[in-house]
Ligand binder design. Sequence first.
Ligand SMILES: CC(C)(COP(=O)(O)OP(=O)(O)OC[C@H]1O[C@@H](n2cnc3c(N)ncnc32)[C@H](O)[C@@H]1OP(=O)(O)O)[C@@H](O)C(=O)NCCC(=O)NCCS
Length: 384
Amino acid sequence: MRSPFAPACPARQWRVAAVELGPSGPGAGELSRVLACQRAADLADRPGEPGICPAELRGLLVPPYCGRRVLFTATDVTGHVVGWARLGLYEAFHRDVAHAAITVHPAVRRCGVGSMLLDALAWAARTWHRSRLIVDAPRTRATEAFASRHGLFVSGRDLHSRLDLDGPELPHRLVAAVNPAAANPGGLPRQRRRHARPGPGDGFATLCWSGPCPDEFLSGYVSTLDYLHAAQPSGPLPAPSPADASAPDSDTNSRFEPGSSPGVTPFTSAEVRHREQSASRAGLREYTVCLIDQTTGRIAALSSAHTPDGLRGEQNETVVAPDYRGLGLAVRVKAQLIRGLLAAEPSLAILDTYNAVDNHRMLAVNRRLGFRPLDTHAAWTLTL
Ligand SMILES: CC(C)(COP(=O)(O)OP(=O)(O)OC[C@H]1O[C@@H](n2cnc3c(N)ncnc32)[C@H](O)[C@@H]1OP(=O)(O)O)[C@@H](O)C(=O)NCCC(=O)NCCS
């Protein structure tokens, strides 16, 4: 029954339409109609924060590798978008799951728009023979109530953290991470270290690029990236992180969406190239740093991030290959990435990251660099 405290709804009829998107995402007109709705929601849900920009929205709407992206819009009688949802259907991995997100314009919340969109998503996911629909959303009073009303349960949780790139302590933290001796010239450790911390000149060379991975490093990059599999939950419910996990950051637009079960499908060069092309088509600028073992030529650690507007950045993955764990390379590669980002994108003010709440090692790395927790996102799951 509708709560007596729910606001009165305008006497309007909503119409939900679905369109499967091509490699470039929606056309400019469709994008700007959805953008207006999302910006109104951002203003209401995240006051004081910069709203979404076109490249970021387009990045969310391009099809995943070997998969489909469907855009759902709910419109009022005048044709205004009052809510929208996106559905991701993967074919290369976890074919039993569909991933989604829903946003409703603040002016029409509690008027059934979110429920209509969820019904449409569930119907489409069933049509594509999916057994679970996973909706990514921050944990708020509204989402908790909406989820419980529709029988969605939490199958994974991500901590959303943020680094202020103009914070006064950051330069020191970055020096300490990249070159601990320079940050503490007295030589005496200020606190007991759990790991030996190699400095520069210790056999690791730094390799940086923006945009696509250079051809000659692609296969090594794919091999190291694939160690992400070792740290991902293997079933619908998240497993505790192994003690020495590879410390991945989440990649919100990839196979590692919260609550998914990636199985054992390895990364391929084709998938990495697809991701790069999609990002570039959307207008996202990507940056990557690797630490290369100079003896073997292997990529020991990698970290990447992107920005849609030069103001806000988002971390993609950070991985340390198993043979190189416990050497402090995760902090170091991430610090070098942040330095590179600041050099290439001097107006960048914040860097956001999402990590599984049980990924204790990556969360510790983030704390050392100065990331602070903002909120928690849940993988709300509907069994179809
Ligand atoms: C969560 C969200 C999608 C709900 O959309 P909506 O159109 O307001 O949802 P509905 O009107 O279909 O609500 C259905 C039921 O969910 C519950 N509900 C939704 N919002 C609620 C709120 N703020 N407080 C309490 N209950 C709420 C109620 O039981 C409601 O039924 P009722 O209004 O008859 O009591 C919307 O608040 C939103 O866009 N939030 C920001 C984006 C987001 O978090 N998306 C994730 C969705 S899981």
